[in-house]
Design a protein. Sequence first.
Length: 417
Amino acid sequence: MSVENPSVASNTEITKGIVIIGAGLAGWHVIDAIRAKDKDIPITLVTADSGDRYHKPMLTMAISQKKSAADLVRATGIDAAEAANVKLLANTQVTDVDATTQQLQLVSALRSDPVYTNYATVGYDKLVLAMGAHPIFPKSLPEDLVWHVNHIERFSQLQEKLATGKQHVAIVGAGMVGTEVAEDLLKAGHQVTLIDLNDAPLSQMLPTKATARIAKAIESQGIQFLGGYQVSAVTRVNPNDSNDTEKLKVDYAPLSTDADNTDTQPLEPLIVDHVIASTGLTVNEQLPAAAGVEFDRRTGIVVDAPTLRTSTPNIYAIGDCMSIDGVPCRYVAPLRAQAATIADDILGLDHAGYAHKPPMIRLKNKAISVMVTGVPQAAGSWQVKTESDEELVMDLINDSDEVSATVTIKAPVVPKV
């Protein structure tokens, strides 16, 4: 094993074999699956960061648990690569993929430093795209002022800022991540405002009857929920005193212009300490375009479901960056099965093929229990199966009169005193 930086190894040709782009959960799962079957085949892991192994879903719970980024790291990239007999190219970006010659163009992720200006190439026999997806920042949410919690490095920086005392945090986007982060910050002692285009959290996934319960539960905790509003700008506020901490102004307006709808009339701008964007994920099209793989801007890299091969020979995709049958695969649970399929296919071993099954989706909030199976979508024929103050169960019925998704919402169990 060795750790290299292509900026040092100028125009160096690395031994061919399997090359994996991305050292998130997906990339490391592929390495684990290959090494379970073959201890010696050359593997090169290329990643724009350090390659440290950590469980990303923990980021939405770690602040209230007072877990630092270091606490979440299970193994450093260097140690993990050594244990797996992998050549790690850390702090390295892939700038081009030549699928004809099967070579990647590499450059140091530290290239802003004049010292790091050289390039390198790496050849591959098989290539696995595991570069994940990155947060969407609408124009109203400037990246230099707004946080995200999609990566441990940014999480660590935010956590350091929040450690100085109680602060007011605005979260834009009330999907699963935004709703989970809102509760986590509240439990850590911060004031939280959650803003969404829809009238309730998880509204793009679940029907109104279900999301209304979620909204009620999070508001009962003390989270301010502003539903039906769109953020139009986030700007700096000059502190009134040199001792003041810099604040941010969040301008927002109602989507509805109905004057009779008093619930969605514009309010005074929010003055907060931090803004977190939780407005969805997208896949960077640069590498898919260079590799010539079939790609959809909305859902990601298209793969053959049984093999997870892309449309370009010898290139696979896994995890957040890929889609199956037009649906992005952005959940952790299927990664092991996906990685096992790729490993068997790359190694030429017989396998039954990957059978994609939508994982159970579980909201991590303690204020309310939300579990979803199947492929939920807010628009559709939802039917109530069970309804009481303690529990709501609804089924989504497809055109064939079959259940395609089920949501179960339960009130939290209050311990007896």
